[in-house]
Design a protein around this ligand. Structure first.
Ligand code: MF3
Ligand code: CO
Length: 252
């Protein structure tokens, strides 16, 4: 069942979204050569609590940390550990918070020091993929229009679109219906309606779309060892333009 949120409920999700956005900004400011992903997790955890919110990933299906930090060929769900960031790495930061019973969920991929041009391009195109999808976040379009737009933009650059993981509805739960795939599929035929809230999250690989699930039960990596980028926002569908609940900058 797809839940429709009222204006007031979307405002509560926006408040949760601001905590997520500010946590991502804190991570961006803190990222530097030599810092461990564990240290970044601790900063995020403490910031979320300081805002009166709860890190939604902690304990979710047994997930052991507060955020997901995925480096280079790690696609998503990297578990923070003693790994130290190196010059030229990219790090995908995925953050979720619950405030007043409502969820926000977003991800960014940040550069560590001097990153090669090809990898920078991957990070930039992954962000663009989200905004291509956003163009279809209006009443009357279908989820599959978002999916197709994301896929089209990634494939234009010869990148692999991850298929094993998808975006999702979000609200009182982190994962609600519908699924929001980053590739065209007849499953995504639901029509968008005002009051729907969804997380759109392109996961784009420089090489093959194929991924492995590591034996830690969480970390997803590319099969060819090439880098992967992730960009996600929580979005509210309205009668007019969509509202990005986890990003206040006017960018596209
Ligand atoms: N943020 C992820 C998503 O978009 C979920 C993270 S899985 C968790 O669906 F276990 F870390 F919570
Ligand atoms: Co998500």
């Amino acid at each position: 069942m797809i839940t429709i949120k009222t204006r007031a409920e979307i405002e509560k999700m926006h408040a949760a979204g601001r905590v997520v956005e500010n946590t991502l900004k804190l991570l961006e400011r803190s990222i530097r050569v030599g810092i461990s992903t564990e240290a970044l997790n601790k900063l995020a955890h403490e910031y979320i609590l300081s805002q009166g919110a709860t890190p939604s990933f902690l304990g979710y299906n047994g997930y052991p940390k507060s955020v997901c930090l995925s480096v280079n060929d790690e696609v998503v769900h990297g578990i923070p550990n003693s790994r130290k960031l190196k010059d030229g790495d990219i790090i995908s930061c995925d953050v979720g918070a619950i405030l007043d019973g409502w969820h926000g969920d977003a991800a960014r991929t940040f550069l560590v020091g001097n990153v090669d041009e090809a990898t920078k391009k991957l990070v930039e195109v992954t962000r663009e993929c989200f905004f291509e999808g956003l163009k279809f976040c209006k009443e009357g379009y279908r989820i599959s229009d978002i999916s197709a737009a994301v896929e089209r933009h990634a494939e234009k650059h010869g990148y692999g679109v991850v298929k094993d993981l998808v975006g999702h509805g979000i609200g009182r739960e982190m994962h609600e219906e519908p699924e929001v795939p980053n590739y065209e599929t007849p499953r995504a035929r639901q029509r968008l309606r005002a009051g729907m809230t969804i997380a759109i999250e392109p996961m784009i690989n420089m090489g093959t779309w194929k991924v492995w699930q590591l034996s830690d039960g969480w970390t997803v990596t590319t099969q060819d060892g090439k880098p992967s980028a992730h960009y996600e926002n929580t979005v509210a569908i309205t009668e007019g333009e969509p509202i990005i609940l986890t990003c206040s900058e006017e960018i596209s």
